[in-house]
Ligand binder design. Structure first.
Ligand SMILES: O=C(O)[C@H](O)CO
Length: 345
């Protein structure tokens, strides 16, 4: 059902001309978004919109039908905004806005070619992803998941000298692949654990960010060789797709802990499995995988040294986000939808 509040007087002030409700630009919202955000869209009087009112993704066939003739699409990261979808939407489409920090599900070249404006939500998750990365890093290096399992299944026998010994952050070198806001936020949180050195790699040095955490720029090879803990924080792009592969793992230290909170696609999972099962690296903490969720019979689930958070998948971030700062997140979403309305006109 298409909904709108015409607020025609306001609309006339903004646009300078009268537009009947039926001619208001159509926006398709591909997922249930927070009510406050939706209210902004509703009250703007600038658009009529329809929303897929569910927490589950809209089926592709339905999506292709619904976007037909729309001027705006407000989507989330499960919707591939590609040539097929843009063709289905047709020439009216002026703006696509995604409620996500990552935008690897958008075909940017195609959008650019068609002159369609793009919005996304940088910053809204910086703190929660940094917290989640630290949580995964500590859980993996301190073997919390393994220890809980042992305690619950009777494996906790007498005290043994080296049983379940973990890996210490104190005096360690922490590597960051892809230094952006999230990488900086992770380093800021890890610093009090007495980390000796932060190193990073990216397409080019980023001195303004690196200075904030006194991080040294190194090559990818050096990052692999020197890191005791390696946090993957890069965006998924054609260049980073599968960048964490055998070549990288084989250069890492045997005691290294690998943490991925970016996108599953940056990791070659077969290579990661080999690296973990043969003891090439000590452990991995994964928030993201390919696919999501990872099938329950996946080999990674059989490994003790793989602290997978992936059964939460991306929902895991939502969970933490709600715990960590619900109000703040709501505000950010609303600002974002506000921006969307501005962009769509
Ligand atoms: O890109 C994002 O916004 C996050 O990965 C969602 O959880």
């Amino acid at each position: 059902m298409w909904c709108s509040r015409t607020a025609l007087g306001r609309l006339q002030r903004i646009t300078g001309f009268h537009r009947a409700m039926s001619t208001l630009p159509k926006v398709y919202v591909t997922r249930k978004v927070p009510p406050d955000g939706l209210d902004i869209l509703r009250k703007s009087g600038q658009v009529q919109f329809e929303m897929w009112d569910s927490d589950d993704p809209v089926p592709r066939v339905e999506l292709l039908k619904k976007v037909k003739g729309c001027e705006g699409i407000l989507c989330v990261l499960t919707e591939k905004i590609d040539t097929q979808l843009l063709n289905a939407a047709g020439p009216n489409l002026k703006a696509v806005s995604t409620m996500s920090v990552g935008f690897d599900h958008l075909s940017l070249d195609e959008l650019k070619k068609r002159g369609i404006r793009v919005g996304y939500t940088p910053d809204v998750l910086t703190d929660c992803v940094a917290e989640l990365t630290v949580a995964l890093l500590l859980a993996t290096s301190r073997r919390l998941i393994e220890a809980t399992h042992e305690a619950k299944t009777g494996g906790w026998g007498t005290w043994r000298t080296l049983w379940l010994c973990g890996h210490e952050l104190a005096n360690s070198t922490v590597g960051i692949l892809g230094l952006g806001r999230i990488g900086v936020a992770i380093a800021e949180r890890l610093k009090p654990f007495k980390v000796k050195k932060f190193i990073y790699t990216d397409v080019a040095p980023r001195p303004e960010l690196a200075n904030m955490i006194e991080a040294e720029y190194v090559s990818l090879d050096e990052l692999a060789k020197q890191s005791d803990f390696l946090a993957i924080c890069c965006a998924l792009t054609p260049e980073t797709h599968g960048i964490c592969n055998w070549n990288l793992f084989s250069k890492m230290k045997k005691n290294a802990i690998f943490i991925n909170t970016s996108r599953g696609g940056v990791v070659n999972q077969e290579d990661l499995y080999e690296a973990l099962s043969t003891g090439l690296i000590a452990g991995a903490g994964l928030d993201v995988t390919t696919p999501e969720p990872l099938p329950t019979h996946h080999p990674l689930y059989t490994l003790k040294n793989c602290g997978k958070h992936a059964h939460f998948g991306l929902g895991g971030l939502d969970l933490l986000r709600c715990r960590g700062g619900r109000e703040n997140t709501k505000t950010c979403y609303c600002q974002y939808i506000h921006r969307y309305v501005a962009v769509s006109m």
